[in-house]
Design a binder for this molecule. Structure first.
Ligand SMILES: *Cc1c(COP(=O)(O)O)cnc(C)c1O
Length: 453
Protein backbone atom coordinates (compact mmCIF):
# COMPACT_ATOMS: atom_id res chain seq x y z
CA UNK A 1 0.00 0.00 0.00
CA UNK A 2 2.24 2.70 -1.35
CA UNK A 3 -0.36 5.43 -1.77
CA UNK A 4 1.13 7.81 0.78
CA UNK A 5 -0.84 10.83 -0.46
CA UNK A 6 -4.12 9.63 1.02
CA UNK A 7 -4.25 9.31 4.79
CA UNK A 8 -4.66 5.86 6.25
CA UNK A 9 -8.29 5.05 6.97
CA UNK A 10 -9.14 5.19 10.63
CA UNK A 11 -12.46 3.64 11.64
CA UNK A 12 -15.35 6.13 11.62
CA UNK A 13 -18.03 6.30 14.29
CA UNK A 14 -20.34 3.46 15.21
CA UNK A 15 -20.92 1.87 18.57
CA UNK A 16 -17.68 1.53 20.49
CA UNK A 17 -17.12 -2.04 19.37
CA UNK A 18 -13.54 -3.30 19.33
CA UNK A 19 -12.50 -3.12 15.67
CA UNK A 20 -11.16 -6.64 15.50
CA UNK A 21 -11.79 -10.09 14.07
CA UNK A 22 -12.41 -12.31 17.06
CA UNK A 23 -13.54 -15.93 16.77
CA UNK A 24 -14.45 -17.64 20.01
CA UNK A 25 -16.59 -20.44 18.50
CA UNK A 26 -16.77 -22.21 15.18
CA UNK A 27 -18.80 -20.23 12.60
CA UNK A 28 -21.74 -20.39 12.99
CA UNK A 29 -21.57 -20.81 16.77
CA UNK A 30 -24.01 -22.79 18.93
CA UNK A 31 -26.41 -19.92 19.67
CA UNK A 32 -26.54 -18.95 15.99
CA UNK A 33 -27.27 -22.59 15.18
CA UNK A 34 -30.14 -22.61 17.68
CA UNK A 35 -31.60 -19.51 16.04
CA UNK A 36 -31.13 -21.03 12.60
CA UNK A 37 -33.10 -24.08 13.78
CA UNK A 38 -35.90 -21.78 14.94
CA UNK A 39 -35.79 -19.93 11.63
CA UNK A 40 -36.12 -23.22 9.77
CA UNK A 41 -39.51 -23.79 11.41
CA UNK A 42 -40.69 -20.15 11.40
CA UNK A 43 -39.30 -18.38 8.34
CA UNK A 44 -40.10 -19.20 4.73
CA UNK A 45 -37.50 -21.56 3.33
CA UNK A 46 -37.43 -19.32 0.25
CA UNK A 47 -35.55 -16.68 2.26
CA UNK A 48 -31.95 -17.85 2.44
CA UNK A 49 -28.95 -16.34 4.20
CA UNK A 50 -25.35 -15.86 3.05
CA UNK A 51 -23.83 -16.54 6.46
CA UNK A 52 -26.16 -17.70 9.25
CA UNK A 53 -24.50 -15.94 12.16
CA UNK A 54 -27.11 -13.99 14.09
CA UNK A 55 -26.11 -10.37 14.66
CA UNK A 56 -26.42 -8.49 17.94
CA UNK A 57 -24.31 -5.41 17.18
CA UNK A 58 -22.41 -3.86 14.29
CA UNK A 59 -20.38 -0.75 13.58
CA UNK A 60 -17.20 0.58 12.00
CA UNK A 61 -16.11 -2.53 10.10
CA UNK A 62 -17.41 -5.36 12.28
CA UNK A 63 -20.53 -7.43 12.91
CA UNK A 64 -20.78 -9.07 16.35
CA UNK A 65 -22.87 -12.22 16.69
CA UNK A 66 -24.87 -13.88 19.48
CA UNK A 67 -21.94 -16.15 20.32
CA UNK A 68 -19.61 -13.20 20.87
CA UNK A 69 -17.72 -13.59 17.60
CA UNK A 70 -16.65 -10.39 15.88
CA UNK A 71 -16.60 -10.66 12.09
CA UNK A 72 -15.07 -8.32 9.53
CA UNK A 73 -17.84 -6.81 7.41
CA UNK A 74 -17.02 -6.60 3.70
CA UNK A 75 -20.67 -6.51 2.63
CA UNK A 76 -22.46 -3.63 4.43
CA UNK A 77 -25.72 -5.58 4.32
CA UNK A 78 -25.47 -5.33 0.49
CA UNK A 79 -24.14 -1.78 0.15
CA UNK A 80 -26.58 -0.30 2.65
CA UNK A 81 -24.59 0.70 5.74
CA UNK A 82 -22.02 2.70 3.79
CA UNK A 83 -21.93 5.34 6.55
CA UNK A 84 -21.28 2.53 9.03
CA UNK A 85 -23.73 0.51 11.04
CA UNK A 86 -25.53 2.38 13.82
CA UNK A 87 -23.65 5.49 12.68
CA UNK A 88 -23.82 8.03 15.53
CA UNK A 89 -25.53 10.88 13.61
CA UNK A 90 -28.05 8.45 12.16
CA UNK A 91 -28.85 6.89 15.54
CA UNK A 92 -29.29 10.29 17.14
CA UNK A 93 -31.58 11.50 14.34
CA UNK A 94 -33.70 8.33 14.50
CA UNK A 95 -34.09 8.62 18.27
CA UNK A 96 -35.05 12.28 18.08
CA UNK A 97 -37.59 11.77 15.28
CA UNK A 98 -39.06 8.59 16.78
CA UNK A 99 -39.78 10.48 20.01
CA UNK A 100 -41.62 13.21 18.03
CA UNK A 101 -43.80 11.15 15.67
CA UNK A 102 -43.25 7.94 13.75
CA UNK A 103 -45.78 8.32 10.95
CA UNK A 104 -48.52 10.53 9.66
CA UNK A 105 -48.37 9.57 5.95
CA UNK A 106 -46.97 12.33 3.75
CA UNK A 107 -50.13 12.10 1.62
CA UNK A 108 -52.31 12.89 4.66
CA UNK A 109 -50.49 15.44 6.82
CA UNK A 110 -47.00 16.13 5.45
CA UNK A 111 -43.82 17.03 7.32
CA UNK A 112 -40.58 18.88 6.64
CA UNK A 113 -38.17 15.89 6.62
CA UNK A 114 -39.60 14.56 3.37
CA UNK A 115 -39.25 17.95 1.67
CA UNK A 116 -35.69 18.35 2.98
CA UNK A 117 -34.66 14.94 1.61
CA UNK A 118 -36.20 15.84 -1.77
CA UNK A 119 -34.34 19.18 -1.85
CA UNK A 120 -31.08 17.47 -0.97
CA UNK A 121 -31.45 14.76 -3.64
CA UNK A 122 -32.44 17.34 -6.26
CA UNK A 123 -29.19 19.15 -5.49
CA UNK A 124 -26.93 16.06 -5.26
CA UNK A 125 -28.01 14.04 -8.32
CA UNK A 126 -26.22 14.80 -11.61
CA UNK A 127 -27.33 17.76 -13.76
CA UNK A 128 -28.43 21.29 -12.93
CA UNK A 129 -31.87 21.08 -14.58
CA UNK A 130 -35.08 21.52 -12.57
CA UNK A 131 -35.74 18.33 -10.63
CA UNK A 132 -38.44 16.77 -8.49
CA UNK A 133 -38.27 13.78 -6.13
CA UNK A 134 -40.71 11.16 -4.83
CA UNK A 135 -39.88 8.85 -1.92
CA UNK A 136 -40.65 5.15 -1.52
CA UNK A 137 -39.61 2.16 0.63
CA UNK A 138 -37.40 -0.08 -1.48
CA UNK A 139 -35.25 -0.08 -4.56
CA UNK A 140 -37.76 -2.16 -6.48
CA UNK A 141 -40.50 0.30 -5.65
CA UNK A 142 -38.34 3.18 -6.86
CA UNK A 143 -37.73 1.37 -10.16
CA UNK A 144 -41.45 0.66 -10.62
CA UNK A 145 -42.22 4.33 -10.12
CA UNK A 146 -39.46 5.48 -12.45
CA UNK A 147 -41.08 3.39 -15.19
CA UNK A 148 -44.49 4.86 -14.34
CA UNK A 149 -43.31 8.44 -14.79
CA UNK A 150 -41.44 7.57 -18.00
CA UNK A 151 -44.66 6.14 -19.43
CA UNK A 152 -46.90 9.06 -18.50
CA UNK A 153 -44.30 11.57 -19.70
CA UNK A 154 -43.73 9.95 -23.11
CA UNK A 155 -47.14 8.38 -23.65
CA UNK A 156 -45.24 5.24 -24.71
CA UNK A 157 -45.11 1.78 -23.11
CA UNK A 158 -41.99 -0.22 -23.98
CA UNK A 159 -39.02 -0.47 -21.63
CA UNK A 160 -35.52 -1.65 -22.46
CA UNK A 161 -33.38 -3.45 -19.88
CA UNK A 162 -30.10 -5.31 -20.32
CA UNK A 163 -28.32 -8.62 -19.98
CA UNK A 164 -26.96 -9.09 -16.42
CA UNK A 165 -29.39 -6.47 -15.06
CA UNK A 166 -30.83 -6.55 -11.57
CA UNK A 167 -33.69 -4.22 -10.66
CA UNK A 168 -35.62 -6.03 -7.90
CA UNK A 169 -38.13 -8.73 -7.07
CA UNK A 170 -41.60 -7.22 -7.64
CA UNK A 171 -43.42 -8.29 -10.77
CA UNK A 172 -42.25 -5.52 -13.09
CA UNK A 173 -38.73 -5.46 -11.65
CA UNK A 174 -38.41 -9.26 -11.93
CA UNK A 175 -39.25 -8.78 -15.56
CA UNK A 176 -36.46 -6.21 -15.86
CA UNK A 177 -34.00 -8.44 -13.98
CA UNK A 178 -32.00 -10.76 -16.23
CA UNK A 179 -31.09 -13.74 -14.10
CA UNK A 180 -33.66 -16.50 -13.70
CA UNK A 181 -32.29 -18.43 -10.70
CA UNK A 182 -33.04 -17.55 -7.98
CA UNK A 183 -34.88 -14.29 -8.70
CA UNK A 184 -37.56 -15.27 -11.22
CA UNK A 185 -37.84 -19.03 -11.29
CA UNK A 186 -41.48 -20.10 -11.22
CA UNK A 187 -42.74 -16.56 -10.55
CA UNK A 188 -44.06 -15.64 -13.99
CA UNK A 189 -45.89 -14.50 -15.97
CA UNK A 190 -44.00 -11.21 -16.00
CA UNK A 191 -45.12 -7.77 -17.14
CA UNK A 192 -45.23 -7.16 -20.86
CA UNK A 193 -43.44 -4.56 -22.98
CA UNK A 194 -40.04 -5.29 -21.43
CA UNK A 195 -37.24 -5.93 -23.95
CA UNK A 196 -33.72 -7.05 -23.14
CA UNK A 197 -30.57 -6.21 -25.08
CA UNK A 198 -26.80 -6.63 -24.81
CA UNK A 199 -24.94 -4.30 -22.48
CA UNK A 200 -21.19 -3.78 -22.26
CA UNK A 201 -19.10 -6.40 -20.42
CA UNK A 202 -15.49 -5.59 -21.36
CA UNK A 203 -13.99 -8.75 -19.81
CA UNK A 204 -16.25 -10.98 -21.90
CA UNK A 205 -16.92 -8.80 -24.97
CA UNK A 206 -13.33 -8.66 -26.18
CA UNK A 207 -11.88 -5.55 -27.78
CA UNK A 208 -15.02 -3.80 -28.98
CA UNK A 209 -15.17 -0.17 -27.79
CA UNK A 210 -18.05 1.14 -25.72
CA UNK A 211 -19.52 3.49 -28.33
CA UNK A 212 -19.51 0.75 -30.98
CA UNK A 213 -21.13 -1.64 -28.55
CA UNK A 214 -23.84 0.94 -27.80
CA UNK A 215 -24.44 1.57 -31.51
CA UNK A 216 -25.00 -2.16 -32.07
CA UNK A 217 -27.44 -2.27 -29.15
CA UNK A 218 -29.25 0.87 -30.39
CA UNK A 219 -29.59 -0.66 -33.84
CA UNK A 220 -31.12 -3.78 -32.31
CA UNK A 221 -33.53 -1.65 -30.25
CA UNK A 222 -34.59 0.30 -33.34
CA UNK A 223 -35.18 -2.92 -35.29
CA UNK A 224 -36.95 -4.87 -32.56
CA UNK A 225 -38.84 -2.20 -30.59
CA UNK A 226 -38.70 1.20 -32.34
CA UNK A 227 -37.95 4.44 -30.50
CA UNK A 228 -41.52 5.62 -31.15
CA UNK A 229 -42.75 2.78 -28.90
CA UNK A 230 -40.07 3.13 -26.27
CA UNK A 231 -40.73 4.97 -22.99
CA UNK A 232 -37.51 4.25 -21.14
CA UNK A 233 -34.11 2.65 -21.10
CA UNK A 234 -33.11 1.53 -17.61
CA UNK A 235 -29.56 0.54 -16.70
CA UNK A 236 -27.30 0.28 -13.68
CA UNK A 237 -24.20 2.43 -14.45
CA UNK A 238 -22.20 -0.45 -12.94
CA UNK A 239 -24.21 -3.66 -12.95
CA UNK A 240 -24.37 -4.86 -9.34
CA UNK A 241 -25.77 -8.36 -8.92
CA UNK A 242 -24.54 -9.04 -12.46
CA UNK A 243 -20.99 -8.92 -11.11
CA UNK A 244 -19.94 -5.25 -10.81
CA UNK A 245 -19.64 -4.95 -14.55
CA UNK A 246 -18.15 -1.59 -15.48
CA UNK A 247 -19.20 -0.74 -19.05
CA UNK A 248 -16.57 0.21 -21.60
CA UNK A 249 -15.97 3.91 -21.99
CA UNK A 250 -18.46 5.47 -24.39
CA UNK A 251 -21.21 2.89 -23.89
CA UNK A 252 -23.39 4.84 -21.47
CA UNK A 253 -22.64 8.21 -23.10
CA UNK A 254 -23.73 6.94 -26.53
CA UNK A 255 -26.88 5.39 -25.10
CA UNK A 256 -27.83 8.60 -23.25
CA UNK A 257 -27.31 10.71 -26.38
CA UNK A 258 -29.56 8.42 -28.41
CA UNK A 259 -32.27 8.45 -25.71
CA UNK A 260 -32.24 12.25 -25.65
CA UNK A 261 -32.64 12.48 -29.45
CA UNK A 262 -35.40 9.88 -29.41
CA UNK A 263 -37.69 11.13 -26.62
CA UNK A 264 -36.78 8.09 -24.53
CA UNK A 265 -36.34 8.56 -20.78
CA UNK A 266 -32.90 7.41 -19.63
CA UNK A 267 -33.17 5.93 -16.12
CA UNK A 268 -29.98 5.27 -14.16
CA UNK A 269 -30.66 2.67 -11.49
CA UNK A 270 -28.19 3.85 -8.86
CA UNK A 271 -29.73 1.79 -6.07
CA UNK A 272 -26.42 -0.01 -5.47
CA UNK A 273 -23.93 2.46 -6.99
CA UNK A 274 -25.30 5.56 -5.27
CA UNK A 275 -24.18 7.53 -2.25
CA UNK A 276 -20.38 7.64 -2.42
CA UNK A 277 -20.12 3.89 -2.97
CA UNK A 278 -18.13 4.29 -6.20
CA UNK A 279 -16.09 7.27 -5.01
CA UNK A 280 -18.50 10.03 -6.06
CA UNK A 281 -22.07 10.78 -5.02
CA UNK A 282 -23.35 8.83 -8.01
CA UNK A 283 -21.59 6.56 -10.49
CA UNK A 284 -23.20 8.47 -13.40
CA UNK A 285 -20.85 11.37 -12.66
CA UNK A 286 -17.81 9.20 -13.31
CA UNK A 287 -19.14 8.24 -16.74
CA UNK A 288 -19.95 11.86 -17.54
CA UNK A 289 -23.66 11.21 -18.03
CA UNK A 290 -26.72 13.10 -16.82
CA UNK A 291 -29.65 10.69 -16.46
CA UNK A 292 -33.22 11.95 -16.89
CA UNK A 293 -34.29 9.95 -13.85
CA UNK A 294 -32.23 8.36 -11.05
CA UNK A 295 -33.45 5.60 -8.73
CA UNK A 296 -31.87 5.36 -5.28
CA UNK A 297 -32.19 3.26 -2.14
CA UNK A 298 -29.61 1.07 -0.30
CA UNK A 299 -27.03 3.57 1.00
CA UNK A 300 -29.49 6.44 1.34
CA UNK A 301 -30.46 6.25 5.03
CA UNK A 302 -27.84 4.35 7.00
CA UNK A 303 -29.92 1.17 7.10
CA UNK A 304 -33.48 2.44 7.32
CA UNK A 305 -35.80 1.49 4.47
CA UNK A 306 -36.07 4.45 2.14
CA UNK A 307 -35.92 4.84 -1.63
CA UNK A 308 -36.15 7.75 -4.01
CA UNK A 309 -36.82 8.67 -7.60
CA UNK A 310 -35.34 11.98 -8.68
CA UNK A 311 -35.78 13.27 -12.20
CA UNK A 312 -36.48 16.12 -14.56
CA UNK A 313 -39.38 18.16 -13.20
CA UNK A 314 -41.50 17.70 -16.34
CA UNK A 315 -41.09 13.91 -16.18
CA UNK A 316 -41.69 13.61 -12.44
CA UNK A 317 -44.74 15.89 -12.63
CA UNK A 318 -46.35 14.02 -15.54
CA UNK A 319 -48.70 11.56 -13.71
CA UNK A 320 -52.09 12.80 -12.46
CA UNK A 321 -52.16 14.32 -8.96
CA UNK A 322 -52.33 11.40 -6.53
CA UNK A 323 -50.82 9.07 -9.17
CA UNK A 324 -47.72 8.38 -7.13
CA UNK A 325 -47.43 7.61 -3.44
CA UNK A 326 -47.80 4.87 -0.88
CA UNK A 327 -48.63 4.54 2.81
CA UNK A 328 -45.09 4.50 4.14
CA UNK A 329 -43.09 6.19 1.36
CA UNK A 330 -40.76 8.77 2.90
CA UNK A 331 -41.49 7.70 6.48
CA UNK A 332 -40.41 10.50 8.85
CA UNK A 333 -37.94 8.35 10.80
CA UNK A 334 -36.37 7.12 7.55
CA UNK A 335 -36.16 10.73 6.29
CA UNK A 336 -34.45 11.86 9.50
CA UNK A 337 -31.98 8.99 9.11
CA UNK A 338 -31.37 9.95 5.47
CA UNK A 339 -30.64 13.59 6.32
CA UNK A 340 -28.17 12.44 8.98
CA UNK A 341 -26.58 9.91 6.61
CA UNK A 342 -26.22 12.52 3.84
CA UNK A 343 -24.56 14.87 6.31
CA UNK A 344 -22.19 12.05 7.31
CA UNK A 345 -21.19 11.37 3.68
CA UNK A 346 -20.31 15.04 3.34
CA UNK A 347 -18.66 15.73 6.68
CA UNK A 348 -16.53 12.55 6.72
CA UNK A 349 -15.78 12.76 2.98
CA UNK A 350 -16.76 9.14 2.58
CA UNK A 351 -16.31 9.34 -1.20
CA UNK A 352 -12.58 9.84 -0.63
CA UNK A 353 -12.57 6.81 1.64
CA UNK A 354 -14.27 4.80 -1.12
CA UNK A 355 -11.51 5.81 -3.54
CA UNK A 356 -8.87 4.77 -1.03
CA UNK A 357 -10.59 1.39 -0.66
CA UNK A 358 -10.47 1.01 -4.46
CA UNK A 359 -6.71 1.59 -4.43
CA UNK A 360 -6.14 -0.95 -1.65
CA UNK A 361 -8.27 -3.72 -3.16
CA UNK A 362 -6.93 -3.13 -6.67
CA UNK A 363 -3.31 -3.31 -5.51
CA UNK A 364 -3.81 -6.49 -3.50
CA UNK A 365 -5.68 -8.37 -6.19
CA UNK A 366 -3.76 -7.25 -9.26
CA UNK A 367 -0.57 -8.35 -7.48
CA UNK A 368 -2.21 -11.70 -6.80
CA UNK A 369 -3.47 -11.90 -10.39
CA UNK A 370 0.11 -11.80 -11.70
CA UNK A 371 0.72 -15.04 -9.74
CA UNK A 372 -2.67 -16.69 -10.06
CA UNK A 373 -4.29 -17.03 -13.52
CA UNK A 374 -7.58 -18.07 -11.92
CA UNK A 375 -8.16 -14.35 -11.29
CA UNK A 376 -9.64 -13.36 -14.63
CA UNK A 377 -10.57 -9.77 -13.85
CA UNK A 378 -10.18 -7.22 -11.06
CA UNK A 379 -12.67 -4.41 -11.58
CA UNK A 380 -14.97 -1.87 -10.04
CA UNK A 381 -14.99 1.68 -8.78
CA UNK A 382 -14.51 2.91 -5.25
CA UNK A 383 -15.70 0.53 -2.56
CA UNK A 384 -17.60 -1.52 -5.14
CA UNK A 385 -14.94 -3.96 -6.29
CA UNK A 386 -15.21 -7.40 -7.80
CA UNK A 387 -12.90 -10.27 -8.63
CA UNK A 388 -14.03 -12.58 -11.45
CA UNK A 389 -12.64 -16.12 -11.32
CA UNK A 390 -12.10 -18.38 -14.30
CA UNK A 391 -10.66 -21.73 -15.23
CA UNK A 392 -7.33 -20.60 -16.74
CA UNK A 393 -7.32 -23.49 -19.23
CA UNK A 394 -10.67 -22.66 -20.83
CA UNK A 395 -11.56 -19.14 -19.65
CA UNK A 396 -14.86 -20.55 -18.41
CA UNK A 397 -16.40 -19.06 -15.23
CA UNK A 398 -15.37 -20.90 -12.06
CA UNK A 399 -18.31 -20.70 -9.67
CA UNK A 400 -17.09 -23.66 -7.57
CA UNK A 401 -13.90 -21.77 -6.70
CA UNK A 402 -15.92 -18.74 -5.62
CA UNK A 403 -18.14 -20.89 -3.42
CA UNK A 404 -15.06 -22.43 -1.81
CA UNK A 405 -13.39 -19.05 -1.19
CA UNK A 406 -16.55 -17.52 0.27
CA UNK A 407 -17.22 -20.53 2.53
CA UNK A 408 -13.66 -20.46 3.88
CA UNK A 409 -13.73 -16.66 4.40
CA UNK A 410 -16.99 -17.07 6.32
CA UNK A 411 -15.47 -19.80 8.52
CA UNK A 412 -12.57 -17.43 9.19
CA UNK A 413 -14.90 -14.60 10.25
CA UNK A 414 -15.12 -12.42 7.15
CA UNK A 415 -18.50 -11.49 5.70
CA UNK A 416 -17.97 -11.54 1.96
CA UNK A 417 -20.57 -11.68 -0.82
CA UNK A 418 -20.63 -13.33 -4.21
CA UNK A 419 -22.31 -12.15 -7.42
CA UNK A 420 -22.36 -12.55 -11.16
CA UNK A 421 -24.59 -14.09 -13.78
CA UNK A 422 -22.26 -17.11 -13.67
CA UNK A 423 -21.82 -17.03 -9.86
CA UNK A 424 -18.05 -16.66 -10.33
CA UNK A 425 -17.52 -13.23 -8.76
CA UNK A 426 -16.46 -12.24 -5.26
CA UNK A 427 -17.70 -8.74 -4.55
CA UNK A 428 -16.42 -6.33 -1.96
CA UNK A 429 -18.80 -3.72 -0.51
CA UNK A 430 -17.15 -2.74 2.77
CA UNK A 431 -18.72 -0.04 4.90
CA UNK A 432 -16.91 3.21 4.15
CA UNK A 433 -16.37 3.51 7.90
CA UNK A 434 -14.03 0.50 8.01
CA UNK A 435 -10.49 0.99 9.32
CA UNK A 436 -7.59 0.24 7.04
CA UNK A 437 -6.04 -2.47 9.24
CA UNK A 438 -9.29 -4.36 9.44
CA UNK A 439 -9.86 -4.06 5.69
CA UNK A 440 -6.35 -5.40 5.06
CA UNK A 441 -6.95 -8.30 7.43
CA UNK A 442 -10.24 -9.13 5.72
CA UNK A 443 -8.52 -9.14 2.32
CA UNK A 444 -5.69 -11.31 3.75
CA UNK A 445 -8.29 -13.87 4.81
CA UNK A 446 -9.89 -13.91 1.35
CA UNK A 447 -6.50 -14.20 -0.37
CA UNK A 448 -5.48 -17.02 1.98
CA UNK A 449 -8.76 -18.79 1.21
CA UNK A 450 -7.99 -18.41 -2.52
CA UNK A 451 -4.47 -19.81 -2.12
CA UNK A 452 -5.81 -22.82 -0.23
CA UNK A 453 -8.64 -23.55 -2.69
C1 LIG B 1 -30.86 -3.98 -4.64
C2 LIG B 1 -31.20 -3.38 -5.95
C3 LIG B 1 -32.55 -3.13 -6.31
C4 LIG B 1 -33.71 -3.55 -5.46
O1 LIG B 1 -33.71 -2.88 -4.24
P1 LIG B 1 -34.64 -3.45 -3.04
O2 LIG B 1 -34.52 -2.41 -1.98
O3 LIG B 1 -34.05 -4.77 -2.65
O4 LIG B 1 -36.00 -3.58 -3.60
C5 LIG B 1 -32.78 -2.50 -7.52
N1 LIG B 1 -31.77 -2.13 -8.32
C6 LIG B 1 -30.48 -2.36 -8.00
C7 LIG B 1 -29.40 -1.91 -8.92
C8 LIG B 1 -30.15 -3.01 -6.81
O5 LIG B 1 -28.87 -3.26 -6.52
Amino acid sequence: MSDVETPVLTPVGGPSLPQERRLITAIPGPRSQELAARAATAVSAAISTTLPVYAVAAGGGVVVDVDGNSLIDLGSGIAVTSVGNAAPRVVEAIQRQAAQFTHTCFMVTPYEGYVAVAEKLNALTPGDHQKRTALFNSGAEAVENAIKVARTHTGKAAVVAFDHAYHGRTNLTMGLTAKNLPYKDGFGPFAGEVYRFAASYPFRDGEIDGAARARATIQAIEKQVGAHNLAAVIIEPIQGEGGFIVPADGFLQTLVAWCRESNVVFIADEVQTGFARTGSWFASEQFGIVPDVVTMAKGIAGGLPLAAVTGRAEIMDSPVAGGLGGTYGGNPVACAAALAALETYEREDLAARARRIETIITERFTAEQSRDPRIGDVRGLGAMMAIEFIDPATGEPDAALVRAIAAEAHRQGVVVLTAGTYGNVIRFLPPLSIGEDLLAEGLDVVLEALRNS
